[in-house]
Design a binder for this molecule. Structure first.
Ligand SMILES: N[C@@H](CCC(=O)N[C@@H](CS)C(=O)NCC(=O)O)C(=O)O
Length: 208
């Protein structure tokens, strides 16, 4: 059994969606970020940077932090969504999410959504970067059905939850035809619907 330490955020959704996709039984342990539970001594033992998500695989007692590493672990364990022959391209789009899409859009959330009016520089900088990312993802998805090619993979599972916050971005997802097509196709998957509202049953995936 997998124990998922998580919260209701894009990085959290990545792993609940993956667990639903591979059909694993899992138990969710909520980490209350607003109350700094991520900095408790016991949690820091399995998450050295005090971040969710983390999993413990109770079959072998392995604990894993960092969502990209967790996705790779679960994909390897289940033999799903990370085809060996496509790994070079999957890794690139997965790492692009981990190193660019998530951190940059995360900053856009901080300045534009959570703290508007606190820093013009921060708001403008990350709005511009997030908008550019929409265009770059749209461009990729013009020629490619999914991020890493013709198949849905862990690269899509890592990236989609960030776009599921598009209402916070004020960029206008519907104006990005290819990105919207990709977003909607993934939004219809049963595993994505279940994984998205793993902590809040009333949460509905926002339309573009
Ligand atoms: N690179 C990490 C980022 C994880 C991350 O930033 N998690 C956020 C929630 S989305 C968090 O735990 N924040 C708590 C904090 O920074 O105090 C991953 O992908 O797992």
């Amino acid at each position: 059994m997998i124990e998922l330490f998580s919260a209701n955020t894009p990085n959290g959704w990545k792993i609940s969606i993956m667990l639903e996709e591979i059909g694993y039984e899992y138990k969710v342990t909520k980490v209350d970020l607003g109350n700094d539970e991520q900095f408790k001594t016991d949690f820091l033992k399995i998450s050295p940077f005090g971040k969710i998500p983390v999993i413990i695989d109770h079959e072998n007692n392995e604990s894993i932090f960092e969502s990209g590493a967790i996705l790779m672990y679960l994909a390897d364990k289940s033999g799903k969504l990370y085809d060996h022959k496509d790994r070079l391209v999957i890794n690139q789009w997965l790492m692009a999410q981990m190193g660019t899409v998530g951190p940059m859009i995360g900053q856009h959330h901080q300045f534009h959504h959570y703290n508007p009016g606190k820093s013009d520089f921060g708001e403008e900088r990350y709005f511009k970067i997030a908008k550019r990312l929409y265009g770059e993802l749209d461009n990729r998805l013009k020629d490619s059905k999914f991020l890493a090619g013709s198949k849905y993979t862990i690269a899509d599972i890592a990236t989609w939850p960030w776009m599921a916050r598009h209402e916070w971005h004020d960029i206008g997802l519907k104006n990005y035809k290819n990105l919207s097509r990709w977003y909607l196709e993934i939004a219809e998957r049963e595993a994505v619907i279940k994984g998205f509202n793993f902590m809040d049953k009333d949460l509905i995936i926002p339309k573009p």
